[in-house]
Design a protein around this ligand. Structure first.
Ligand code: SF4
Ligand code: SF4
Length: 422
């Protein structure tokens, strides 16, 4: 892996075109908190002119992994992969305190296991009078260095449980396609309406939807946080669950940008695995974000009017990771009555960034405040985005600042306009 990092770093010509695109550079003006600076630190370590010390770890930890720098880079530097490899080195070489590393693992283990997450949210609900809906102080301190957690735990009403997608959902009219669906981890507990809307909209557009029963976490969060071996194991397990039905599927549909971006990179991730490399390439070639797929196949125009004003936020792993910008907007524009307002800096990270709002609360809050300011300026009462992390984080910010805002995935609005959701 380290040879590969050298090859990827060598593409950087230090032109600096990425600096203005980088949210952490824009906030701090510090070269070491820019893409070029971070690449230079890793390069200097590889050339043995500096040690991989806590300053390097901090420069990489404060990176959002948003990949806006990749969009801006004229040399095609694969910054996201450089970051993943450098973060894997941090974990594999035990370059952070072991308790902090342990806390990070536990956090990911909870977020990526729907049963464990539902149980944790139930416990958090019971403890709300003590914790004010925040992470317990000792956990926040271990993960971020501050016992004041920026992230509020989602308020759950009623029963918190795992909602699986039915194994087979037949198309409502003539069957044009057979597609698989990733049910997700967070999606199955906190974004049940999004999963339900995704299936219904697919059915309404001639797709039979298959949800492999054993499909679990895709490994995206592990990969982004440096737990490379765990990510590989999860990717292989997911491939195993899809393998028996993959040949019969025209596409594998995802409604979470962070997961979709990683699934599309499975071929690269598993290229050295003799048992899985071919399957990974085939699987990755079939992965489509829900908006990408619906535009690709052409949808039946929705007819029910939704007289609402909406602004659309580009999730980083959709806009920068998958280059999907126009398709969600084109879907929203087909909804009668809906007014779509442009959002300033729509493709700048909101600060959620996986677990960034837990591990780097200060920077995450600044980015959230900036995003909320722009949302407020649109006058929109609905904010649509294609990633659960962004939606949860922006919803929290809106609530805390008294901004009346409904947050949802674009496919939920589409389902409503089809008359398939309230
Ligand atoms: S990452 Fe790309 S844009 Fe940034 S300095 Fe290097 S070559 Fe230039
Ligand atoms: S991934 Fe985002 S935060 Fe990190 S260096 Fe690139 S633009 Fe900056």
């Amino acid at each position: 892996m380290l040879d590969e990092i050298d090859e990827k770093i060598s593409k950087c010509i230090r032109c600096g075109f990425c600096l203005d695109a980088c949210p952490t550079f824009r906030l701090t003006g510090q070269e070491t908190l820019s893409p070029r600076g971070r690449i230079y630190l890793v390069k200097s370590w590889r050339e043995k002119t500096i040690p991989f010390d806590s300053d390097v770890v901090n420069a990489l930890d404060t990176c959002l992994g948003c990949r806006a720098c990749e969009t801006a880079c004229p040399s095609g530097v694969e910054y996201g992969m450089i970051l993943e490899m450098a973060r894997a080195h941090i974990e594999e070489s035990h370059l952070r305190p072991s308790l902090e590393s342990f806390a990070r693992r536990q956090l990911l283990a909870t977020l990526t296991n729907p049963g464990r997450m539902a149980a944790s949210l139930k416990a958090a609900g019971l403890l709300r009078p003590l914790t004010r809906g925040k992470l317990p102080g000792f956990a926040a301190k271990l993960l971020s260095g501050s016992s004041d957690s920026a992230l509020s735990l989602p308020e759950t009403t009623g029963e918190v449980r795992v909602h699986n997608i039915p194994a087979i959902s037949l198309s409502t009219g003539e069957t044009r396609y057979r597609v698989g669906i990733l049910a997700g981890c967070v999606m199955r507990v906190l974004f049940v309406e999004t999963n339900s809307a995704t299936v219904k909209v697919l059915q309404a557009n001639g797709c039979e939807v298959i949800a492999p029963e054993t499909s679990g976490c895709c490994g995206a969060l592990h990969l982004h946080c440096g737990f490379h071996a765990d990510a590989l194991a999860k990717a292989c397990a997911l491939l195993d669950s899809f393998a028996p039905v993959l040949d019969s599927m025209d596409a594998v549909i995802v409604n979470s940008a962070g997961c979709g971006s990683t699934l599309k990179e499975y071929g690269e991730l598993l290229k050295d695995d003799a048992a899985y490399s071919d399957l990974a390439v085939k699987f990755a070639s079939k992965v489509r974000d829900i908006s990408e797929w619906l535009i690709e196949i052409g949808i039946t125009p929705p007819t029910r009017s939704l007289p609402i004003t909406v602004s659309y936020h580009d999730a980083c792993h959709l806009a920068h990771g998958q280059k999907i910008r126009q398709q969600p907007r084109d879907l929203l524009k087909q909804i009668p009555g809906l007014i779509l307002r442009d959002l300033e800096e729509a493709d700048t990270c909101c600060g959620s960034a996986g677990v960034y709002n837990i591990t780097q609360p200060e920077m995450a809050k600044k980015l959230l405040d900036r995003k909320l300011g722009y949302i407020r300026a649109t006058g929109a009462t609905v904010l649509a985005a294609g990633n659960p992390g962004c939606l949860t984080w922006i919803q929290q910010g809106a609530k805390e600042t008294g901004l009346e805002l409904r947050i949802c995935h674009p496919v939920e609005l589409l389902a409503e306009s089809y008359g398939l959701a309230p």
